[in-house]
Write a protein that binds this ligand. Structure first.
Ligand code: GLN
Length: 285
């Protein structure tokens, strides 16, 4: 009888331990496999764009993938375009945005940002180099991408300098509009314009344009994702990436993707070495 009692006690103890241990294990497995849905841009090279195999690639994708691996979470990438990604985050349909997103006080009211990892500012690009600055835009039209800080900048200047702003859903369509001459300039983040020009897009940085105060890029998340943002910041720290190490990023992470060429007419060296323009049909992105 005494022995019976002991067995029952032992069984109860084992049951208690199992009851405590199993959920712990499930929890840690669950935590290790937690997947977050992250929205990204489709034409913002070299930071976030869609390649010919329809995969999201770029500095931001490499960066957050590396952080996820280090910090033990998974990412499901969603190719939404910049404005689409920001809207989806606002509507709480996705967990975060990684797309060269500038940290602004306005956005900080709605989203939780990681620490900054890159310093970048708006610039003006033109096809005709006689257009050197904002003052040359009077009576003309300029192109911007919907929902960007560059679009905000152009809109804040249009009245003073007397130009009109036309919006596009992608960088490729924006460049194309300037190249065909409908608009005379576009506004976009400087490293993105530089990358496009380096890849043969027949645009030029406007000669006399004075760069407005540069901002920084961060990854944006739902306000409720404090724990995730902590992990992302720990990952950024481990990778030694801060906005004060700005210019080293594209040359290290960006070279992996140097084969990406935005999908618009570009310079092509003919066998004679003379520049000509090649045009490819625009891909649905
Ligand atoms: N940095 C700009 C912004 O946050 C543009 C981002 C983008 O187009 N992907 O508005």
């Amino acid at each position: 009888m005494k022995q019976n009692k002991f067995v029952w006690l032992l069984a109860a103890l084992v049951a208690c331990v199992v009851a405590w241990w199993v959920p712990q294990q499930e929890q840690s497995v669950h935590a290790a496999e937690q997947t977050y849905t992250i929205g990204t841009d489709t034409t913002f090279s070299p930071f976030a764009f869609t390649n010919k195999k329809n995969q999201s690639v770029g500095i931001d994708i490499d960066l957050l993938d590396a952080i996820a691996k280090k910090e033990g979470f998974k990412i499901q990438w969603k190719q939404l375009g910049f404005d689409g990604a920001v809207q989806a985050l606002q509507a709480k349909q996705i967990d975060g945005v990684a797309a060269g997103m500038s940290i602004t006080p306005e956005r900080q009211k709605t989203f939780l940002f990681s620490h900054p990892y890159y310093k970048s500012g708006t610039y003006m690009a033109v096809k005709d180099q006689h257009i050197k600055d904002l003052k040359d835009l009077r009576g003309k039209k300029v192109a911007v991408k919907t929902g960007t800080t560059a679009a905000d900048y152009a809109n804040s200047m249009k009245k003073k300098y007397g130009f009109r702003v036309v919006t596009f859903d992608s960088d490729d369509n924006m460049y194309q509009d300037v190249l065909t001459g409908n608009t005379v300039a576009c506004f976009e983040d400087k490293p993105v314009l530089q990358y496009a020009i380096a890849n043969g897009i027949k645009l030029h940085l406007a000669k006399d344009f004075k760069e407005p105060d540069a901002g920084t890029y961060g990854f944006a998340f739902q306000k409720s994702e404090g724990a995730l943002v902590k992990k992302v910041n720990a990952g950024l720290k481990a990778l030694k990436l801060t906005a004060s190490t700005p210019r080293s990023l594209p040359s290290t992470w960006g070279t992996v993707h140097r084969n990406h060429r935005p999908d618009v007419p570009r310079r092509k060296l003919s066998p004679t070495g003379v520049s000509s323009v090649s045009s490819r049909p625009t891909q649905a992105r």
